[in-house]
Ligand binder design. Structure first.
Ligand code: TXA
Ligand code: MG
Length: 344
């Protein structure tokens, strides 16, 4: 997202982190599963060339095996080891945005296993913009990469801290590398180069405006009907969901709806970005509110952490104010829509 710096050339990690990375490399090379920080969300990584290790990721995540994983590589120069027939436009985006929150869907190199691609002849690839992730990838050895989805159970909220991973999957992974809170906080933008024109499959850390300015042309978004036909789990209507029912509400109806819920003695948390200065209702036994930032970068960075926290707080309802109808809020709106789907 704008405002986040991905210049990592001089990024250093501490000696302690280096030691942990080296332990993680041993575990991964022995076929283990390691959760690691990226700038977007924490990933659950396995050696992408080890079919058994990659299969374990699906088992731990409880994810259907036909849903593909992203291959994380250390550097642009490794792209051709994993993909082929790479269009110039894809190279352009990779050069401009890697390391960073952008995943490219390309025709796969034949050496990439069906287990990684969910049986498809395409592969998702990205270079993460996080010093620990990069140190890990650079240390894995030639021809290696990490197949990694977000480190949460299928359909649940992605983790943005090591503690989130520990809570949900701690007993099942061999190691969790702690890199602090993720700076972007929402998953990568996915752009597919399969088919005639590039298409955005998932809005994320790189905005549409940034993509379009790199292309010098407009780019289309996969719509919801298309996306429910493809195996892109981040595109299933119910995803990124807390267990507490979450309802999205337009600003004009937010407090009216809050009143309805609390009148029924339902413990409700209102999550607002616009009206906290003068909320029209008093907090009481049944009603509380919290204020989110009113710029999309900060909102995106905090969203999952807030949802993780509130999901533990015993509310009957999370009532979320709809975010502004502006392209810079697209990724956030997308995640809120999916988080709310099940419960409306
Ligand atoms: O920011 C991110 O992308 C994080 C970090 C860990 O890198 N990863 C992530 O992975 O969000 P996951 O598996 O939770 O979501 C990746 C999405 C899925 O919706 C998957 O179906 C889609 O990428 N994907 C991967 N390979 C694909 C392919 N060949 N064709 C279409 N979609 C693909
Ligand atoms: Mg995910």
């Amino acid at each position: 997202m704008r405002g986040v710096s991905f210049s990592l050339e001089n990024a250093v990690i501490t000696r302690q982190q280096r030691e942990q990375v080296s332990r993680a490399v041993d575990i991964l090379n022995a076929g283990g599963v390691v959760a690691f920080p990226t700038e977007t969300v924490y990933g659950l990584g396995a050696d992408a060339t080890n079919i058994k290790a990659v299969s374990n990721i699906y088992r731990i995540k409880q994810r259907p095996v036909n849903h593909p994983l992203i291959v994380h590589i250390a550097d642009f120069s490794h792209l051709a080891e994993w993909a082929q027939a790479i269009p110039d436009a894809a190279l352009k985006l990779a050069t401009q945005f890697w390391p960073g929150p952008l995943t490219l869907i390309l025709k796969r190199n034949r050496r990439v296993s069906d287990v990684v691609t969910g049986g498809q002849d395409t592969v998702g690839i990205r270079v993460p913009g996080h010093p620990i992730a990069l140190a890990l990838l650079r240390s894995l050895g030639p021809g290696k990469a990490l197949a990694a989805p977000s480190a949460n159970r299928f359909g649940r909220i992605s983790p943005t801290t090591a503690a989130h991973v520990q809570k949900e999957l701690g007993s099942e992974v061999n190691m969790i590398l702690d890199g602090g809170s993720c700076t972007v906080g929402l998953e990568s933008t996915i752009v597919s180069f399969v088919g005639d024109n590039p298409k955005v499959l998932r809005p994320g850390g790189i905005t549409l405006a940034e993509l379009e300015s790199a292309f010098g042309a407009s780019i289309s978004m996969m719509n919801r009907v298309d996306s429910s036909k493809t195996r892109v789990p981040g595109s299933l209507p119910s995803h990124y969901a807390p267990t507490t029912p979450l309802k999205l509400c337009v600003t004009e109806q937010l407090w009216q709806y809050a009143k309805k819920l609390t009148n029924r003695q339902l413990k409700t948390m209102v999550i607002t970005w616009s009206t906290i200065q003068q909320p029209p209702l008093q907090q009481n036994e049944y009603l509380q509110y919290c204020s989110m930032p009113n710029d999309p970068e900060s909102y995106g960075r905090e969203l999952y952490a807030i949802l993780h926290q509130l999901d533990q707080a015993g509310f009957d309802y999370l009532l979320v104010e709809m975010v502004p109808d502006h392209p810079s809020w697209l990724a956030i709106e997308d995640r809120l829509q999916r988080a709310s789907h099940r419960t409306i």
